[in-house]
Design a protein around this ligand. Sequence first.
Ligand SMILES: CC(C)(COP(=O)(O)OP(=O)(O)OC[C@H]1O[C@@H](n2cnc3c(N)ncnc32)[C@H](O)[C@@H]1OP(=O)(O)O)[C@@H](O)C(=O)NCCC(=O)NCCS
Length: 184
Amino acid sequence: MPEPPFDVPRLPAGDSLALRPWTLADLPLVEEASGDPYIPLITTVPSAYSHAAGVAFVERQWDRAAHGTGWPFVVERVADGRAVGTVGLWSAPHARASAGYWVAPSARGGGAALAGLRAATAWAFAALGLARVELYVEPWNTASRRTAESAGFRPEGLLRSWQEVGGARRDMLMYARLPTDPVG
Ligand SMILES: CC(C)(COP(=O)(O)OP(=O)(O)OC[C@H]1O[C@@H](n2cnc3c(N)ncnc32)[C@H](O)[C@@H]1OP(=O)(O)O)[C@@H](O)C(=O)NCCC(=O)NCCS
């Protein structure tokens, strides 16, 4: 594990996407995500968008890297540089990290989260020497479960009443991938 502060590199993600750090040019992505019914419930994306709230969100991503709590990536479409979503790795003890991802509603259906998750996880194992990447998915969230499974993550169990989401306790499926697991 590298010592903090962490660097967020630019990485290829499949044929047409790339992972890169957040910039203030990504505010339209934050604004679109604010209008999604679910993303603000599970992230710090503001549910009521304003320019100031969007800037504060991007600054929180910079702080995470600067203070060593994680590696927040934007998923960018290489052809036009458009930011379509995000993948983040959040540092945990014992050479572990947890992953999270979301895609702008207008960019869904193209496997952006899958390409981003594959790239971030491969980098975490190769460059950071992590032993395990975990992620948590609500059982109803088929698109996220498919994304995790296609990226080689395996379900390890149902975590009952794991966290509060939108004011109610929710169960979460825990998925994990080890460096020795097949890519999927
Ligand atoms: C989860 C999310 C990132 C997936 O977006 P995406 O990368 O565009 O994924 P896709 O739309 O390509 O869907 C991935 C797979 O799920 C399937 N899928 C998508 N929506 C589905 C639905 N409502 N019911 C069943 N299957 C669905 C797709 O057909 C695809 O299947 P495939 O692997 O067989 O091709 C996106 O839905 C999202 O941002 N959701 C809100 C935030 C969220 O839930 N994040 C994850 C938290 S754990």
